[in-house]
Design a protein around this ligand. Structure first.
Ligand SMILES: Cc1cc2nc3c(=O)[nH]c(=O)nc-3n(C[C@H](O)[C@H](O)[C@H](O)COP(=O)(O)O)c2cc1C
Length: 278
């Protein structure tokens, strides 16, 4: 799927946030550890500030999403790609650009991305939903690395709130962005496929599909639920690096114990932040 245009001027996710200071053992408020629960976590505040400060640069909506896959060679899963490496059972990362489409709603830390059900990342996420998003804001010189879990909202979605979120996202797209979901399946071989260039042009310029129509099966709303955010600020001297973690995650260290729900998925979750060396 080619780059889709980000929702112009979207200020979704811009919120007034605040954190409460964690109380340390000696009842002193420790400025290095902050827990936000009732309101949004501090990193959301930092991210929204970065989005605002970098909004003139449309690239600020492009993020890199990494997922995990099995080793394959020439499209075949393999256990022997060289004499010296036997990657049997090994996994490898895959990374690609996607467009950040804002937060699922104003009470959540869940991100929205759109993608095609026929793309490779779908298979990867079905096998292993954990991924990482990397984001660099050029103007403010900040990196955000978010580790999280991907959730696919497809045509078969049973949760009515998520099904509506998928429909709404479809309706919010431009005609050109919607057209991409009628294109031929991504990744299929074009060499010697017998399709003339004129026909190919027509295949990639299908009639417009209105936003009021139901989204096609190919349209997937990908939700990313972060559980750890590593925020690096290059501008200050010395640089400042803050790691934010969902408290539930930090305590349990048990990703599958995390409950992934629909609307307001992270509503009641607390986050702890700590400064680390850059
Ligand atoms: C700037 C940019 C933005 C992109 N945005 C998206 C996107 O929002 N969703 C998407 O599925 N692919 C997007 N793509 C295409 C992906 O990077 C990738 O090529 C495609 O999704 C196939 O990836 P896969 O084979 O890993 O599934 C974008 C590419 C670029 C260069």
């Amino acid at each position: 799927m080619a780059a889709a245009t980000p929702t112009a001027g979207s200020n979704e996710g811009l919120r007034d946030l605040g954190g409460t200071c964690a109380v340390s053992k000696n009842d002193q408020c420790d400025p290095r550890v902050t827990v936000a629960s009732a309101s949004q976590p501090r990193w959301v505040h930092a991210l929204n500030n970065a989005l605002e400060a970098n909004k003139a640069d449309m690239h600020s909506r492009f993020v890199q999403l990494a997922t995990i896959t099995h080793f394959s060679f020439a499209g075949q899963e393999t256990t022997d790609i060289s004499e010296n490496i036997s990657p049997q059972g090994l996994l490898r990362p895959r990374v690609r650009w996607v467009v950040f489409r804002g937060f699922l709603n104003e009470n959540t830390t869940t991100f929205k991305v759109i993608t095609d059900s026929r793309s490779e990342k779908i298979k990867e996420i079905l096998q292993n939903p954990y991924g990482e998003i990397s984001w660099y804001f050029i103007q403010t010189r900040e990196q955000f690395r978010l580790a999280g879990r991907c959730q696919l909202v497809t045509a078969d979605e049973l949760d009515p709130v998520l099904a509506v979120a998928r429909q709404d996202q479809w309706a919010a797209l431009s005609d050109n962005a919607r057209k991409q979901f009628s294109w031929p399946a991504p990744g299929l071989k074009q060499d010697s496929d017998g399709i003339s260039e004129d026909t190919r042009k027509a295949l990639y310029n299908p009639p417009p599909v209105p936003g009021t129509s139901p989204p096609p099966e190919t349209f997937v709303l990908l939700l990313f639920h972060p559980f750890s955010v590593d925020h690096l600020q290059l501008r200050p001297n010395p640089q400042v690096r803050t790691v934010h973690e969902r408290v539930q995650w930090s305590i349990n260290k048990q990703p599958d114990g995390m409950e992934i729900r629909g609307e307001g998925v992270d509503e009641s979750d607390a986050w702890a932040a700590r400064r680390v060396n850059p």
